[in-house]
Design a protein around this ligand. Structure first.
Ligand code: PEP
Ligand code: MG
Length: 318
C-alpha cells in the first residue's frame, strides 16, 4: 500500500466518486519546501513562520524575511503558499520578545494578540510576504483570532500595504484568512466568513480550548482528541458558514492526517488538508478509498456520538 501511495503521490487526490480534496504540507522551515513538493504536496497549507523568527537573535529584517519566504515560493513553483503570521507566546516564547509573567500563558498574549501589541513587526512581516510572492499565489493566515475585531485590525494593516506597495513589486494573487482554533471563532464563523477569504482549522488548539485540556499535559493530553463530537460540531459550523459565503476551508492540525478522521473531515465539507510532508502520499491514498456519500454518512455518525471514544468505536467497526 505504501509503495502504491508513493507512486501516485504527484497525482491530485479524488474520492472514489471524483470529489477533489487538496493535500498540502505543513512546514516549519522554508528549506524543506522542495522536499514537500517532492513528496506530492500541492502547496504549503501552513508555514509556521515563528520558527524563522526563533532562528534569529532579533526580529529578522525585511530583506532577511523576503529571502526566506522566496526560498519556499521558488520551491513551490506556482503552487500556493499559506503563510501563517508570527504565532508566538503560550507554548512558544520568543526570547527577544519578552512577555510579562502570565499564570496561564495559553490564555494570555499569544498569536495575533501578541502580534497586534507591536503592529510594526506584523507590518514588516506582511510586507515581506507580499513582496516575496510577486507573481505568485499567496495566502496569509492569522493565528488565534477570536473574533472580527482582531481580524479587522490586522486586515487594516494588510490593506494599507496593498495600497502602498506598487503592484509590480508585490503579489496581486493574495487571500487573507484566519485560523479557526479558538472556539469563539468557530461559534462566530458566520460573521468572520463574511470578511475573510478562507479559514484553516487548527485542530490542535481548537481541541485544547474546546475541551479545556492542555495539549501538552502529561496525563490528560491523550484525551485531547480532535474527533471529540464537540470539536466536530465546531468544524461543521465553520464549514457551513464558509461555504455559505463561497469561502474555502482547510484543516491544518494533527487531525488532518488521522486515517479515521480523513473521511469525517471530507464529509463535513473540508476542502483542503494540510499535513506533515511525510504524510502527504498516505493522506492522498486514504482519500482515494471512499466515496463522498460514505464520508458524509461517517460525519453524520460521528456528530451523533456523545464522546470521542464513541466516535472512534463507531467509525472503526465500519
Ligand atoms: C493548530 O493549533 O492546530 C495548529 C495547526 O497550529 P499549531 O500546532 O502551530 O499551534
Ligand atoms: Mg495553533
Amino acid at each position: 500500500r505504501e509503495a502504491e501511495a508513493w507512486e501516485a503521490r504527484h497525482q491530485e487526490a479524488y474520492t472514489r466518486d471524483g470529489h477533489r480534496v487538496e493535500v498540502a504540507a505543513n512546514l516549519g522551515n522554508t528549506t524543506h519546501a522542495a522536499d514537500a513538493v517532492e513528496r506530492g504536496a500541492e502547496g504549503i497549507g501552513l508555514l509556521r513562520t515563528e520558527f524563522l523568527f526563533m532562528a534569529h537573535a532579533q526580529v529578522p529584517d525585511l530583506d532577511t524575511q523576503i529571502g526566506e519566504y522566496r526560498e519556499a515560493l521558488d520551491a513551490l513553483d506556482g503552487r500556493p503558499l499559506v503563510a501563517r503570521t508570527l504565532d508566538v507566546g503560550g507554548d512558544k516564547p520568543l526570547p527577544y520578545w519578552p512577555v510579562p509573567h502570565e499564570d496561564n500563558p495559553f490564555l494570555g498574549l499569544r498569536g495575533i494578540r501578541l502580534a497586534l501589541t507591536r503592529p510594526e513587526v506584523l507590518e514588516t512581516q506582511l510586507r515581506a510576504l507580499l513582496m516575496a510572492a510577486v507573481g505568485r499565489p499567496l495566502r496569509i493566515m492569522l493565528p488565534m483570532v477570536k473574533d472580527l475585531a482582531e481580524f479587522r485590525q490586522a486586515k487594516a494593516i494588510h490593506d494599507r500595504l496593498l495600497a502602498e506597495i506598487p503592484e509590480t513589486e508585490r503579489t496581486t494573487d493574495v487571500q487573507l484568512g484566519v485560523m479557526i482554533e479558538v472556539p469563539s471563532a468557530a461559534l462566530l464563523a458566520p460573521s468572520l466568513a463574511a470578511e475573510v477569504d478562507f479559514f484553516s482549522v487548527g485542530t490542535n488548539d481548537l481541541t485544547q480550548y474546546t475541551l479545556a485540556i492542555d495539549r501538552d499535559h502529561p496525563e490528560l493530553s491523550a484525551q485531547a482528541d480532535g474527533l471529540h463530537p464537540a470539536v466536530l460540531r465546531l468544524i461543521e459550523m465553520t464549514v457551513a458558514a464558509a461555504h455559505a459565503q463561497g469561502k474555502w476551508v482547510g484543516v491544518c492540525g494533527e487531525l488532518a492526517s488521522d486515517a479515521i478522521a480523513v473521511p469525517v473531515l471530507v464529509g463535513l465539507g473540508v476542502d483542503e488538508l494540510s499535513v506533515s510532508a511525510r504524510q502527504v502520499p498516505l493522506v492522498k491514498a486514504r482519500l482515494r478509498e471512499f466515496d463522498l456519500a460514505d464520508a458524509r454518512a461517517q460525519a453524520e455518525l460521528a456528530l451523533a456520538q456523545a464522546t470521542s471514544e464513541a466516535v472512534r468505536d463507531a467509525l472503526e467497526v465500519r
